[in-house]
Design a protein around this ligand. Structure first.
Ligand code: HEC
Ligand code: HEC
Length: 253
């Protein structure tokens, strides 16, 4: 039983990369993102698809662009259409384009999870009083037991963040999973993987120390399939959860 919670996974850990950060990083309000979503569904989805990958070579949700880089580029593309002619110009109000940009930049939350993004300012208060900082760090404040949330809004879509809060076991990213390393000398180290290169794995151990382990010394390297992240479903109201997700969505490093 205890064993079935573990899976061997070094190969998986080795191939994770981070997306390239866009040049501009604004914080968007929940209202903008939601407005953008409605407009996207009616004006853009036909070509760009439900998940933003309908046009070959472009993924709007994963921020993989061929023609645009900055928010201003996206604005120009929407307003003028593409020079290639594949995309028509749209005559939209400034706020409408802002909403579309916010929706695209927030990673297009189309996971179908029914929750409502709330108010980011209230969400920060929920964060501060829910004990999150006992495990997480934002902009240098807090602990290192859980992943750093400083740019969580850039890395994850709102729906994924919501799932992390309500059903953490479903949302856990391989990179965040707790690992257990057994060294050739018999010593066992448990913690959360911090980073890794060709020769070393670095872990944050349960005492929050950064431990560097030479790969040559490792006998086994296992990734736990359970999680230390508590579920907040029932502990926070739907409104509080919506506010909290809105706050976390604004964290873009
Ligand atoms: C008729 C189909 C169509 C519609 C509708 C459409 N697009 Fe496009 N869009 C394209 C094509 C095709 C491209 C790639 C450029 C080209 O081939 O001309 C593109 C490119 C883009 C790009 C740049 C992608 C990159 O890789 O750099 C963005 C951003 C974009 N569209 C956003 C939107 C938004 C927002 C809307 C809704 C307001 C929208 N598009 C509506 C077809 C469309
Ligand atoms: C007891 C420690 C602990 C507490 C308290 C805690 N978390 Fe976590 N959290 C974790 C750990 C550990 C993970 C990594 C997931 C795993 O274990 O697989 C995580 C994962 C997450 C993730 C997903 C991160 C990612 O990279 O996708 C989010 C978002 C998150 N927590 C937010 C919160 C918020 C907001 C609170 C407070 C309401 C909170 N957590 C409270 C330990 C904690």
């Amino acid at each position: 039983m205890a064993r079935s919670g573990w899976l061997l996974g070094p190969a998986l850990l080795l191939c994770l990369g981070l997306p390239v950060r866009a040049q501009e990083d604004h914080a968007y309000t929940a209202e903008q993102i939601q407005g953008g979503y409605r407009l996207y569904a009616s004006q853009c989805q036909l070509c760009h698809g439900l998940n933003g990958d309908g046009v070959a070579g472009t993924s709007l949700s994963r921020q993989q662009f061929r023609f645009v880089t900055t928010d201003a580029d996206i604005r120009r593309m929407v307003t003028n259409g593409s020079t290639g002619g594949g995309m028509p110009p749209f005559s939209l109000k400034d706020e409408e384009v802002d909403g579309l940009i916010a929706f695209i930049r927030s990673g297009m939350d189309r996971t179908g999870i029914s929750f409502r993004l709330g108010d980011a300012a209230r969400g920060k208060i929920v964060y501060d009083r829910s004990g999150c900082a006992a495990c997480h760090r934002i902009a240098g404040q807090g602990a290192r037991i859980g992943p750093n949330l400083t740019d969580i809004g850039f890395l994850r879509r709102p729906g994924q963040i919501f799932t992390s809060l309500t059903e953490p076991i479903k949302a856990t990213m391989p990179i965040n999973r707790p690992v257990m390393i057994v060294l050739k000398n018999g010593r066992t180290i448990k913690g959360r993987r911090y980073d890794e290169d060709t020769f070393f794995v670095r872990l944050i151990d349960s005492d929050e120390r950064l431990v560097s382990v030479s790969k040559g010394d490792i006998r086994s390297y296992q990734v736990r399939m359970d999680t230390d992240m508590p579920s907040f479903r029932g502990r926070l109201s739907d409104g509080e959860l919506g506010d909290l997700v809105a706050y976390l969505t604004t964290l873009k490093g």
